[in-house]
Design a protein around this ligand. Structure first.
Ligand code: PLP
Length: 376
């Protein structure tokens, strides 16, 4: 008998023993995104790229690519500042808001410090915490999908992370709750507003009141530029300077910065129009799910989260029919749930047809309240 040598990536890494200890059990991010006909898993803009940004893509002079990009994306900061009504020194950009969040954790936490967040929330947060040697604490949300403010505050974490509208639930945290957290938390409060455009409310005003509030946003969702990797954050100058140091220079490519500048300057009407469309189709999708006897959570984002038993099996049965949605098994107070990204109605109709067939297959005994579109 030969000795059994474990050949998992973690076991191999352990034998190699060159990486920092905090990385030992950090997995590679794998949201199981195998190619599928209709992908409604990542909440990107299914209407495409805004028109002015697309024109820049076609017309950018090739020599732009041979030189380094700007150090800290000054042109984009100027454009964002004019739009958001802040000054450019209150902005920091990054290669996606993922990069901004990662840089912020590195900037504001010494190894061993804590990061606390409500559960469920954005899946990357515990990963970024661990990658930066920080201890992550998840604090279950309340039954009403609100933040457990006392639980977050008593966690003792140096960094608090709040996502609003929250991914994956879609629920919005009221500004008064965020203000209460910012008032009472002695450390940094990071507010992730990846979906703020769809909620029509923003916490950007809080950065004027509080020196330790960082509002993080992205051009990957409403602005339709996920493939370019453009994120940014707003905070007081002293705070964003620390994130800028941690992020380092040259993070945005020349092409990304040019397209982002064009989009913020000239495509806002396109963005607003498609945000309004996404919001109305989100409600139509929620109605369609309710008509089938499901109870979607209230969403302020461009997706709908709906409790569905055996969500992994239902998701797989949908995938077998060419449609991917994201399953979230065993969420606190929610149980199993599916998250559907919102896009043009014909796509959502296809998605609902796959959902009906999957529910009929996986949950054959489920009682549906109406015949129309049901699992019969
Ligand atoms: C999509 C998403 C992001 C990441 O956006 P990028 O800018 O593409 O890195 C950040 N936070 C939340 C909550 C998201 O859903």
């Amino acid at each position: 008998m030969s000795p059994v040598v474990s050949d998992t990536p973690a076991a191999r890494a352990e034998r190699l023993a060159v990486a920092r200890a905090a990385y030992a059990d950090v997995p590679l991010y794998d949201p199981k995104r195998a190619p599928v006909d209709l992908d409604l898993t990542d909440n990107t803009n299914l209407w495409g790229v805004p028109p002015t940004a697309e024109r820049v893509l076609r017309e950018v002079p090739v020599p732009v690519i041979t030189r380094y990009p700007s150090l800290y994306a000054a042109d984009l900061k100027a454009e964002l500042a004019a739009w958001l009504g802040v000054t450019p020194d209150m902005l920091v950009t990054g290669a996606g808001s993922d990069d901004v969040l990662d840089s912020a954790m590195r900037a504001f936490g010494d190894p061993g410090d804590g990061v606390a967040a409500s559960v469920p929330t954005f899946a990357m947060v515990p990963i970024f915490a661990r990658m930066n040697g920080l201890a992550y604490t998840g604090v279950n949300e309340t039954e009403a999908h609100a933040l457990d403010v006392e639980g977050l505050l008593t966690s003792g974490a140096r960094i608090l992370y709040v996502c609003t509208p929250n991914n994956p639930t879609g629920c919005v945290t009221p500004l008064a709750t965020l203000r209460a957290l910012a008032t009472r938390h002695p450390g940094v409060l990071i507010i992730d507003e990846a979906y703020a455009e769809f909620a029509g409310v923003s916490a950007v005003s809080l950065v004027r009141e509080f020196e330790r509030v960082l509002v993080v946003r992205t051009m990957s969702k409403a602005f339709g530029l996920a493939g370019l990797r453009i994120g940014y954050a707003i905070g007081q100058p002293a705070l964003v300077t620390e994130v800028e140091k941690s992020r380092g220079p040259y993070k945005l490519t020349s092409l990304a910065e040019r397209m982002a500048v064009a989009a913020v300057r000239d495509d806002r009407a396109w963005v607003e129009e498609h945000v309004a469309l996404a919001v109305s189709l989100r409600e139509r999708l929620a109605d369609a799910l309710r008509a089938r006897g499901f109870v979607p959570l209230p969403s302020g984002a461009n997706f709908v989260c709906v409790p569905v038993p055996q969500c992994v099996a239902v998701g797989q049965a949908m995938r077998a029919r060419g449609v991917a949605v994201r399953p979230f098994p065993d969420l606190p107070h929610i149980g199993d749930a599916l998250r559907f990204s919102v896009g043009p109605w014909p796509l959502l109709e296809r998605c609902l047809a796959a959902f009906d067939a999957a529910v009929a297959e996986v949950l054959p005994d489920r009682v549906t309240p109406t015949a129309a579109g049901g699992a019969a």
